[in-house]
Design a protein around this ligand. Structure first.
Ligand SMILES: Nc1ncnc2c1ncn2[C@@H]1O[C@H](COP(=O)(O)OP(=O)(O)O)[C@@H](O)[C@H]1O
Ligand SMILES: [Mg+2]
Length: 291
């Protein structure tokens, strides 16, 4: 069964309000394996996706040279906070219906290191940063066991829809590049939080274009970071208010998940949009500098 059906049925069973209910699906036996072909769910009419709304806010900020992010009429922080609460609610529902467990953090860190090594082999731009990224993953490996559960797996601003009432999460298929088995493997909720944090950074930098970072004005870069930090902060606050645990309280574990995601992005940009590779590389440098 495709996780898009599996997880949204579980969420419906948990009474979650943050999904578009699944009304039916089609499956067939392919080589004796029951495989999902299609799914029908409620159409969220009159909704706007998170990416478009967030970009509108960033563009307005960039046009108003004298205002802080919180002063622009389309400030996104209130929405980011509600989005954080919605994601926390979905995580709580998934944990309640499909259970939780623990995994040795060593194995999680080893996966991150293996993905880093593979990315460096294909994107030499990562080479100079790799030792310091590896050090973060090595530190993670020394930590406690990690609590895991089923998660969204490919969360970003394009996977949330704002209806007049609330935020909905859509597209629970997981990261397309991963195998079905990998996508169904329980993981830390921090992977979803890191996905959204990276998406806020992308939205903030997107209107700056695909120029090299040294060609951008320092002022615009400063404001992009201000917007991203403000909204990641609001998202985490909303998450913490709903579930009682602030994702940032895990410190270096969240940092490792953010780096793992940014390494994936470097590889993605290398393959698909080489002009954009500076965006995730810049983010890695900032995370390492802050850590
Ligand atoms: N239930 C829904 N109601 C309204 N629009 C939807 C719904 N599900 C998806 N969409 C729209 O279709 C787009 C792609 O859907 P998604 O499930 O994310 O598929 P993909 O695998 O192509 O990313 C979404 O970004 C959204 O704009
Ligand atoms: Mg999608």
């Amino acid at each position: 069964m495709n996780p898009d059906v599996e997880l949204q049925l579980a969420l419906a069973a948990a009474g979650s309000e943050h999904i578009a209910p699944v009304r039916g699906w089609v499956d067939t036996a392919l080589d004796d394996v029951v495989t999902t072909l299609a799914m029908v769910q409620d159409y969220a009419a009159n909704s706007a996706d998170g990416w478009a709304t967030a970009l509108g806010s960033v563009r307005d900020l960039m046009m108003e040279a004298d205002l802080y992010a919180g002063e622009v009429g389309t400030d996104f922080a209130g929405e980011a906070q509600r989005m954080g609460a919605a994601v926390a609610d979905v995580h709580e529902s998934l944990a309640r219906t499909l259970g939780t467990g623990t995994v040795p953090v060593r194995a999680v860190a080893a996966g991150m290191t293996a993905r880093l090594d593979a990315a460096v082999a294909e994107a030499p731009e990562l080479e100079a940063l790799a030792p310091r990224i590896r050090a973060v993953f090595d530190d993670l490996a020394d930590g406690d066991d990690l609590e895991v559960q089923r998660i969204h797996g490919d969360l970003h601003l394009g996977q949330v829809l704002r209806t007049p009432e609330r935020w909905l999460l859509i597209d629970f298929e997981g990261e397309p590049a991963k195998s079905l088995a990998e996508r169904r493997t329980p993981d830390s909720v921090l992977r979803d939080v890191a996905g959204m944090a990276r998406s806020f950074d992308y939205a903030a930098h997107f209107p700056l274009g695909d120029t090299e970072s040294d060609a951008r004005s320092a002022q615009r870069e400063f404001r992009a970071r201000e917007w991203a930090d403000r909204n990641v902060d609001a998202f985490c606050r909303g998450y913490a208010e709903r579930i009682g645990v602030d994702p940032r309280a895990t410190g270096s574990t969240l940092e490792a998940y953010v780096l793992d995601k940014a390494v994936y992005e470097v590889l993605y940009e290398k393959r698909n949009r080489p002009g954009w590779i500076g965006l995730p590389l810049g983010a890695i440098e900032r995370v390492l500098a802050a850590g």
